[in-house]
Unconditional design. Structure first.
Length: 191
C-alpha cells in the first residue's frame, strides 16, 4: 500500500513542543491565555494577532522542529512498514512558513535514519497529493486535513490527542500512538 505520513504531530512530537513554547510566549507578551483550547493552531488557540503569531513562528519554529523528538516507537514501526513492503510518502506543510524548513527537515530525517520513498514539502492541501500519488491511507493530526481526505474516499488514521477535534467518518480511524498505527495498517492491508 501507499501510505501518506504527516511529520508534525505524527512522526515528530512537535505539537507538545509548540504548545509548551506557546504557553510561555503568551505569558511573555502578556497575552490573554488560551481562548480556544480545542484548536490545534496556536494563532487561534490564543487569539494572537498577525504580529505576535509571526513573531512566534520566526523566533521558535525552526528551534522546535530541530528539538522535537520522534514519537515513541515511530522509527521502529516506520521500518516495519517499509519491511512489510509499503511505500511511505511524507506529505507535510513544512516549508510553507519558512523555506529553511525544507533543508532543516532533510537533515533531521537523515539524522534520525528516516528514509521516505517520496517527500512532498510545503503542501497546504494534502488531498491533491494523496490523489496524484494514489495514497491508500493518510496519517495526519489535523482534523481539517482528515475531513478533506476522508470525504474523498481515502482511508485515514487520525493521530489525535486531547487538543484535536473528533472526526466522524467511515474512512477515519482514530489512533494515539504508533502501535495503533501499525495495527490498523495491518488490518487495512488484509482487506
Amino acid at each position: 500500500m501507499k501510505i501518506g505520513i504527516d511529520l508534525d504531530g505524527v512522526l515528530y512530537d512537535t505539537l507538545n513542543y509548540i504548545l509548551t513554547r506557546a504557553e510561555i510566549y503568551d505569558l511573555e507578551i502578556n497575552g490573554g491565555g488560551i481562548v480556544d483550547p480545542d484548536h490545534i493552531q496556536v494563532k487561534h488557540r490564543y487569539n494572537w494577532d498577525e504580529k505576535y503569531y509571526h513573531e512566534f513562528l520566526d523566533t521558535y519554529l525552526l528551534e522546535i522542529e530541530k528539538t522535537a523528538p520522534l514519537m515513541a516507537y515511530a522509527k521502529e514501526i516506520f521500518q516495519k512498514l517499509k519491511d512489510d513492503g509499503h511505500e511511505l510518502i511524507s506529505i507535510t506543510a513544512r516549508g510553507l512558513v519558512d523555506e529553511n524548513e525544507i533543508e532543516l527537515t532533510k537533515k533531521i530525517l537523515e539524522r534520525d535514519g528516516i528514509k521516505f520513498d517520496k517527500i512532498f514539502f510545503a503542501v497546504p492541501k494534502k488531498l491533491e497529493v494523496c490523489k496524484a500519488e494514489n495514497v491508500d491511507v493518510m496519517i495526519d493530526d489535523y482534523f481539517k486535513t482528515i475531513d478533506d481526505i476522508s470525504e474523498n474516499g481515502i482511508k485515514c488514521l487520525y493521530f489525535c490527542d486531547l487538543v484535536n477535534r473528533k472526526c466522524k467518518h467511515e474512512n477515519v480511524t482514530e489512533v494515539q500512538n504508533w502501535g495503533e498505527i501499525y495495527k490498523n495498517i495491518k488490518k487495512i492491508a488484509q482487506k
